[in-house]
Design a protein around this ligand. Structure first.
Ligand SMILES: [Zn+2]
Length: 276
């Protein structure tokens, strides 16, 4: 856990399907070329199957986009910055014979993506809820030729069936603890990338599946122990709270924040980060 809670926020929004969203193959077998991308699960509500986008999948999509947007980000699968930091800590231990200070020091040393999304040595500051569809939606199925994993060519004979969801609206919540303003700015930049079709969800995205739009964005922010003049906040005793409606209104509060500003990305002192 974090030693001190400075602030917390909830960003709620809807993801609306623009193109069909791959859910799963009819049979979980070797012929399904998208098995690795199969990030959707089916839950049962009142006896009816309901597709769910797990929070971990959403986080994965946002994280990989963040790695592209933030300068100096590590590749979490091939060369995580956590390895470099652990090696450095071991070296410092040997040289100075004392414990390398953790927490803040690890945050400071981590790449910008790990700073927000966490790593094997750093706690994540962002949490994604599972996203459930709201209202009506359509489930369809198609039969497709299996693709050879190595050559990418269509295989003769075997076909597989898969399911997709259309005309759906997923309700999403992102929770943040001890966030910097640039963390929020980054999430909003990713919203833009989703709308532009550069960030897609689920499997078969090379065939145009998985395009979404972000809509109905709202945010609730709390600050603990900020004493400066804070516009529009309600004093709730232990914390000050503000609800902000609409993507444009929230974006306007982040106009002066740049996710390309190295000094800003490296800052570790939440006390000096302006309130939203
Ligand atoms: Zn990293």
């Amino acid at each position: 856990m974090f030693r001190k809670l400075y602030n917390e926020a909830v960003i709620s929004f809807e993801l609306k399907t623009v193109s069909p969203l791959f859910i799963r193959s009819g049979r979980e077998d070797q012929l399904n070329p998208t098995a690795a991308d199969n990030t959707f699960i089916t839950m049962y509500r009142d006896g009816e199957p309901v597709p769910v986008v797990p929070g971990s999948s959403l986080k994965g999509v946002f994280r990989s986009c963040a790695e592209q947007l933030l300068p100096g980000s590590c590749d979490i699968f091939r060369n995580p910055c956590a390895n470099r930091i652990k090696a450095k800590e071991r070296q410092m231990d040997r040289q100075q014979g004392k414990e390398f200070s953790l927490g803040k020091e690890r945050y400071k040393e981590s790449c910008p993506t790990c700073k927000l999304f966490g790593s094997t040595i750093l706690k994540s500051r962002v949490y994604f809820d599972d996203a459930y569809p709201i209202g009506k939606y359509k489930i369809g199925s198609r039969v497709s030729v299996a693709i050879d994993r190595i050559t990418g060519a269509a295989m003769k004979g075997p076909v597989y069936e898969f399911e997709y969801i259309e005309n759906a609206l997923f309700k999403c919540n992102i929770y943040l603890k001890n966030f910097f303003r640039w963390h929020i700015k980054l999430l909003f930049e990713i919203f833009d990338r989703i709308d532009q079709g550069f960030v897609v969800f689920g499997g078969l995205t090379s065939k145009g599946f998985g395009q979404m739009r972000v809509q109905n964005v709202n945010m609730m922010v709390r600050y603990f122990g900020k004493h400066e003049e804070m516009e529009g906040y309600i004093d709730k005793g232990f914390f000050k709270e503000k609800s902000i409606s609409g993507r444009e209104t929230i974006s306007a509060l982040l106009k002066d924040v740049s996710i390309n500003d190295q000094n800003l990305l490296q800052g570790c002192d939440l006390e000096y980060d302006k309130a939203l």
